[in-house]
Write a protein that binds this ligand. Structure first.
Ligand code: F6R
Length: 612
């Protein structure tokens, strides 16, 4: 939620910040703004809408500066408007701030400041934080750095902040807790951002700032401290990321590019881990802790959104193959209820961004209770990856489209490999079945590729149903979570109301929705539930619903019940979800496009949900 960029060094800051904001727009796009410091003067420009609107509004302005900060916002406190956009300026006009996160105790702080005579120009918690810092600085006659430290000890919530001070023309003060911050180290210059994408083209050397750390950043100096004012040696990491990963590469949208990347991202995920010849799966995170994991009393999976759907698939697969009880929890619920977490429990956290606030806090809570945390994460070096005891990266590459696609199939591939690795070690799977599933898994990239070649047909179905008011997605067994995922994808990028259900559960309520206007998508591949789901199709057909079915090549019965059919290659039922989700991603994409939605940046959403 919200993207932040900062620069201090010899170059022009504005073009670097602007380009960075465009790359971070996936994190929020309600409004954006920049603060530039030159000749001892702060210039702040901000605008409601996307970054392009800010850019347009600044044509012709003198934007010369060698230091600056920029922000792209996902609104929390206060509606999207020019006034609520960041950067915010302090009461004296001397300080400027950008913030990603939420200050939870802003209300009493605001009251306190108002009683001291402060007034506010925005509805944001950020402006409160800034004036709180300024007030501390004035009262204590201390440095800005010291004032920030004192203020941060008194606030609750999450933040990544960057601050500029008119009277300190080369320095950016930064701090984080719960929202990400990466600092790129150049020659006589530093770059700051919410992720590495704005930095990659200038330097590959970065420092990931940790929670409760404060950075004092000057062109030739990076000082890291904790909130107790003790210096910390910055740990420099080399970025393993190329520019191509953050460009559209000829596709109209990042989402389409990411859908089409899946044969290779799934291959990247399997590479070096799955070996058919030797019949092995090698995953250091599992291998190093195999006794603990295979003997777990229980596995709890904690995630949000699409990652939660991957967790649901994993529940079915792990229970089937490993015979370990699995519970799947929404991180946002887990963190606030009083869940029973015991020492022998293994928690699997699934997250694309590795920064989702609810998941992160849920893990911290489970860790305190002695659980073993295993992270299935896409973003390398992210907070969730770092707080996990062990983990496995999905290796899907940078995912920019707000709707998750390639990260989801990467998660499914990792979780499947984990289940197989645990099952063979535990002896809950036969050698033959294990080998058969290895082969099936290795075949997935080719099968995904075959479905992508059928995109034109899927597009024609999307065009046929684009004006529907509602959609129902039904699946059973391993494909039930895929029905949920199909409905989520359609909702988020086409704004059509959609619901996902276990196909048999439909009779207990949702069937009342069915009439001749309701498209019902069945994920009905050949598996042990096939006959049952065919009966469910009959029930919809009898009520004149329009059936779109995702079925296995060679199925002759389902087409007779369907209005539209998408064939997909045959696959073992445990592997099928990785394949059956692909047509649903394309269906949503083409529907969103047909409805004129900006599918990479659908309304109200943000890629990385760093607020609860
Ligand atoms: C939907 C989507 C979201 C995320 C959710 C969790 O397409 O992308 O539902 O899956 O916000 O995000 P991560 O996986 O980054 O923790």
């Amino acid at each position: 939620m919200c993207g932040i960029v900062g620069y201090t060094g010899p170059r022009e800051a504005y073009p670097i910040i602007l380009k960075g904001l465009k790359r971070l727009e996936y994190r929020g796009y309600d409004s954006s703004g920049v603060a530039l410091l030159h000749d001892g003067k702060l210039d702040v420009y901000k605008k409601k809408g996307k970054v392009a609107e800010l850019e347009e509004s600044l044509t012709g302005k003198n934007l010369h500066a060698n230091i600056g900060i920029g922000h792209t916002r996902w609104a929390t406190h206060g509606e999207p408007s020019d006034r609520n956009s960041h950067p915010h300026t302090s009461a004296s006009g001397r300080l400027s701030i950008i913030h990603n996160g939420i200050i939870e105790n802003y209300a009493p702080l605001k009251k306190e400041l108002i009683s001291k005579g402060y007034s506010f120009t925005s509805d944001t918690d950020t402006e409160v934080l800034l004036n709180f810092i300024e007030d501390i600085q004035i009262n204590n006659d201390c440095s800005l750095e010291e004032a920030v430290r004192i203020a941060l000890k008194r606030i609750t919530g999450a933040y990544c902040i960057l601050l500029l001070d008119e009277q300190d023309p080369e320095t950016i003060i930064a701090a984080r807790k719960g929202s990400p911050l990466v600092i790129g180290i150049g020659k006589g210059e530093h770059f700051l951002a919410s992720d590495a994408s704005p930095i990659i083209e200038y330097t590959k050397e970065v420092v990931y700032v940790n929670d409760y750390e404060l950075a004092i950043v000057r062109p030739n100096e990076l000082i890291l401290k904790n909130l107790g004012n003790e210096k910390i040696t910055p740990f420099i990491t080399k970025l393993d990321m190329e520019m191509a990963a953050i460009e559209k590469g000829g596709y109209d949208h990042f989402m389409l590019k990411e859908i089409y990347e899946q044969p290779s991202t799934i291959q990247d995920c399997l590479r070096g881990r799955l070996n058919i010849e030797s019949g092995t799966i090698t995953m250091a995170g599992i291998d190093d802790h195999i006794e603990q994991i295979k003997n777990a009393d229980r596995i709890m999976i904690v995630a949000c959104g699409t990652s939660w759907h991957a967790g649901l698939v994993a529940e079915y697969i792990i229970e089937e193959l490993c015979r370990i009880p699995v519970e799947v929890e929404y991180a946002s619920e887990f963190r606030y209820r009083n869940p029973i977490v015991n020492k022998g429990d293994v928690i699997i956290a699934i997250s694309q961004s590795g920064e989702t606030a609810d998941t992160l806090v849920a893990l911290e809570k489970a860790k305190e209770n002695g659980a073993f945390i295993f992270g299935v994460v896409n973003a390398v070096g992210s907070s969730i990856a770092r707080i996990s005891h062990a983990g496995a990266y999905t290796h899907a590459g940078h995912e920019i489209g707000v709707a998750s696609t390639k990260a989801f199939t990467g998660q499914l591939a990792v979780l499947m490999m984990m289940a197989l690795r645990i099952a063979i070690q535990k002896g809950t799977i036969t050698k033959e079945r294990y080998q058969q599933l290895l082969v099936e898994l290795a075949d997935v990239p080719e099968k995904v590729d075959a479905i992508l070649k059928n995109a034109a047909h899927i597009k024609s179905i999307a065009l046929k149903y684009k004006d529907a008011r509602d959609f129902l997605f039904l699946g059973r067994g391993y494909n039930f979570p895929i029905a949920l995922e199909g409905a989520l994808k359609l909702k988020e990028i086409s704004y059509i109301h959609a619901e996902g259900y276990p196909a048999a559960e439909m009779k207990h309520g949702p069937i009342a929705l069915v009439d001749e206007n309701l498209p019902v998508v069945f994920i009905a591949t050949k598996d042990s539930y096939h006959e049952k789901i065919v009966s469910n199709m009959q029930e919809i057909k009898a009520r004149k619903g329009k059936i779109i079915s995702i079925i296995t090549e060679g199925d002759e019965i389902s087409p007779t019940l369907s209005d539209d059919v998408i064939f997909i290659p045959p696959a073992d039922e445990l592997i099928a979800p990785i394949i059956s989700v692909i047509p649903l991603q394309l269906l949503s994409y083409f529907t969103g496009i047909a409805k004129g939605v900006d599918v990479d940046k659908p309304r109200n959403l943000a890629k990385s949900v760093t607020v609860e």
